[in-house]
Design a protein around this ligand. Structure first.
Ligand code: PHE
Length: 328
């Protein structure tokens, strides 16, 4: 190849180069140490007569400079020039996927916020519980028919604690007992937490779900206080004045026992169990039932989230399906 041909081909190849690899190939072809086209000419200089040597030498060296600077500027255009400019600021940005809170966490946070505003404290208890706290101390002795209300996951016998069998708590109510054993009234608490039921799953039942327990105890706490607290709670949770209805019901650890309904989109929906703390429960924690009164309630977190966010299947919460959770 003549110098003229080298110049033409090399500059064309540089202009066409799309990346570092292409440029590397151009460099090899023309400036390669072994048998690059221009290198070969430069190497043959020593055998030329002085006149031609000077002429060709000057031209060849100038061409080498030209090719090198063309490669350098092409490298700059490709965004891979000197190491300080490897970052191509002209590339379109990549969207960063930002995480977000799960709908149940949103619901729990909101509930905590409302109750904190009503001067309640937030406490938590263990998920693995003893039969004593989950049942006996809550006025549900062994063989009491009410135990059928909670289908229980029992732990194997070797996990017995003192005399009490161990289980996965079927509700957050055992924390009523734990809290009263270690605190004196007056107080008001809520207990958010995971609970377990040994049940078949369907659109409205899961083996694990969440409850928020409430307990307020003092010298003269009464049902009217409960009604106020719970109306205020629903007004804030649902962002509108919400009608509530109290119906007689039965739970061994309250007397009277109630079911709370709210009116939502023209229909009454059952949302929590509640009642006045049973004297036997106060006895179990060595409070004097003549001197203190209290109300307790328990609600399902999933159920409230389903109502508020119009979700029709409880299993969606645990499906891990991003099409579901990304909506919140
Ligand atoms: N623990 C009850 C349940 O799981 C709910 C409840 C709590 C009822 C407190 C009354 C008082 O169904």
């Amino acid at each position: 190849m003549t110098l003229g041909e080298i110049k033409e081909k090399a500059l064309a190849a540089i202009a066409k180069a799309q990346n570092l690899k292409d440029l590397e190939a151009v460099k090899n072809e023309f400036l390669g140490r072994q048998d690059g086209e221009l290198t070969t000419i430069l190497r043959s200089l020593k055998d030329m007569p002085p006149e031609e040597k000077r002429e060709t030498g000057t031209a060849a060296n100038a061409l080498r400079g030209e090719i090198e600077s063309a490669m350098k500027s092409r490298l700059g255009v490709l965004g891979a020039g000197s190491s300080s400019s490897r970052l191509d600021i002209t590339r379109p940005g990549e969207k960063v996927r930002v995480g977000h809170l799960h709908p149940l966490t949103l619901m729990e946070n909101r509930i905590k916020e409302i109750f904190l505003g009503l001067n309640f404290s937030i406490v938590e208890g263990p998920e693995v519980e003893s039969e004593h706290y989950n049942f006996d101390a809550l006025n549900i002795p062994p063989n009491h028919p009410a135990r059928d209300m909670w289908d229980t996951f029992w732990l194997p016998a070797q996990y017995k604690d003192k005399d009490s069998r161990q289980l996965l708590r079927t509700h957050t109510s055992p924390m009523q007992i734990r809290y009263m054993e270690t605190h004196q009234p007056p107080f008001q608490i809520i207990v958010p937490g995971r609970v377990f039921r040994f049940e078949a799953t369907d659109a409205s039942h899961e083996v694990n779900f969440h409850q928020v327990e409430g307990l307020m105890v003092g010298p003269d706490v009464n049902l009217a206080n409960f009604k106020y607290v719970i109306s205020e709670f629903f007004n804030q949770l649902l962002n509108q004045k919400t009608d509530i209805r109290l119906r007689p019901s039965y739970f061994p650890f309250v007397e009277p026992g109630l079911e709370v309904d709210i009116k939502w989109k023209g229909k009454w929906l059952e949302v929590m169990g509640a009642g006045m703390v049973h004297p036997n429960v106060f006895d179990a924690v060595k409070y004097n039932p003549q001197q203190v009164k209290g109300f307790a309630f328990g609600m399902g977190l999933e159920r409230l989230a389903m109502i508020k966010y119009k979700i029709d299947d409880i299993r969606l919460f645990y499906s891990g399906d991003l099409r579901f959770v990304d909506q919140f």
